[in-house]
Design a protein around this ligand. Structure first.
Ligand code: PMP
Length: 400
């Protein structure tokens, strides 16, 4: 009965790893997926995460009962505090409802399902370009996806004018997806002044902000600095949504830990919204997994462990920044034609190199370097040892 099923293409990002795994070359390098690697090229489990897991194992009172539909209460409260700030009036006034989600993706999806059902304007504007899963998540939830200009290839920076024009002509009430920090794939973020202008424009048109926060702490190394954009919007008292992921900043990728918060105008509205979020979640997966959220809650609620986390997080962010400098220096020393300063200007996990599809294909074929075809490379997958190989490949690709 399934004989007519057509084979689907590989996911454009995860497919890079599939191709990488098939390559038998000893010099192969995977810069596709945004997962942190150490200088030795190994995945990293944070010490503080190991410590939290040990505490959980030793705690005899712990059981493996189902969590409530909206997840672990402590985790939800602490997650809201982490993104909105400990002194956020929205939290103090109980205007925020937070539900545990299946990492960033699942949290975005729950938010999208809720909006499709309960929000009057079903159009969402996403940046051009954006993370490849965004249009799929929102479309499948029943929203209509449009794009706003974001990146200007000629400057390899923000297309601020285009962004203002496109949001300025969006229909009243439209939803706008915003990357909270470390925009994926471009590594280009608005400045705080630009965020303020975006906020004013969006509020004047009644556009609804939906923040995707997948890299809090990864952009600057500071959790507070990376939440500034979100906090500017919450400070004006208006509504917003925020999806958080602990995949990158706690290295909990496969544990699938995240949260969706919806900031409302009043506590009464927030509690009604929460009741409807339960109806969205129950038929999708009933309730979220307990282990990852328990790790996060253990770390966030303990002052010492929280501090230890911030130090380990900063070390990851700093290593990435060092890789940016090393790659930039390596290209400069090779005299590679072109301006490569965007490598050190862009922030977060990725560099949007500006390499085109053919150049990427050349680098994969000749140098066994794997990345998405849009020329995005994960700086977190690079090490001091592999920088020269990548620089050689880029040099060869652009001077071919
Ligand atoms: N949003 C963005 C912009 C991302 O880059 C990612 C991870 N690649 C996610 C959301 C979600 O990731 P996860 O579901 O693993 O938390």
């Amino acid at each position: 009965v399934f004989a007519n099923v057509v084979r689907a293409p590989e996911d454009p990002i995860l497919g890079v790893t599939v191709a990488y795994n098939k390559d038998t070359s000893p010099i192969k390098l995977n810069l596709g997926v945004g997962a942190y690697r150490t200088e030795e090229g190994k995945p990293l489990i944070l010490n503080v995460v190991r410590r939290a897991e040990q505490m959980l194992v030793n705690d005899q009172s712990r059981v493996k009962e189902y969590l409530p539909i909206i997840g672990l209460a402590d985790f939800n409260k602490l997650s809201a505090k982490l993104i909105f700030g400990a002194d956020s009036p929205a939290i103090q006034e109980n205007r925020v409802t937070t539900v545990q989600g299946l990492s960033g993706t699942g949290s975005l999806r729950v938010g999208a399902e809720f909006l499709a059902k309960h929000y009057h304007q079903r159009t969402i504007y996403i940046p051009q370009p954006t993370w490849g899963n965004h249009p799929k998540i929102f479309t499948i939830a029943g929203l209509s996806v449009k794009t706003y200009r974001y990146y200007d290839p000629s400057t390899r920076g923000l297309h601020f004018q285009g962004l203002l024009e496109d949001l300025g002509s969006a229909p009243t009430g439209a939803i706008v997806l915003l990357h909270a920090c470390a925009h994926n794939p471009t590594g280009v973020d608005p400045t705080l002044e630009q965020w303020e202008q975006i906020r004013k424009l969006m509020r004047s048109k009644g556009l609804l902000p939906f923040f995707d926060s997948a890299y809090q702490g990864f952009a600057s190394g500071s959790l507070d600095a990376d939440a500034q954009a979100v906090r500017i919007f919450v400070a004006d008292g208006g509504e917003c949504l925020a999806a958080q992921s602990y995949a990158k900043n706690m290295g909990l990728y496969g544990e699938r830990v995240g949260a969706l918060s919806i900031v409302c105008r009043t506590a009464d509205v927030a509690s009604k919204v929460e009741s409807q979020l339960k109806l969205v979640i129950r038929p999708m997966y009933s309730n979220p997994p307990i282990h990852g959220a328990s790790i996060v809650a253990t770390i966030l609620k303990d002052r010492d462990m929280f501090h230890e986390w911030t130090i380990e997080l900063k070390a990851m962010a700093d290593r990435i920044i060092t890789m940016r400098q090393k790659l930039f220096d390596a290209l400069s020393s090779r005299g590679t034609p072109g301006d490569w300063s965007h490598i050190i200007k862009q922030i977060g996990m990725f560099t949007f190199t500006g390499l085109n599809t053919e150049q990427v294909a050349f680098m994969t074929k000749e140098y066994h370097i794997y990345m998405t075809s849009d020329g995005r490379i994960s700086m977190a997958g690079l090490s001091s040892k592999t920088v020269p190989h990548l620089a050689d490949a880029i040099h060869a690709a652009v001077t071919r």
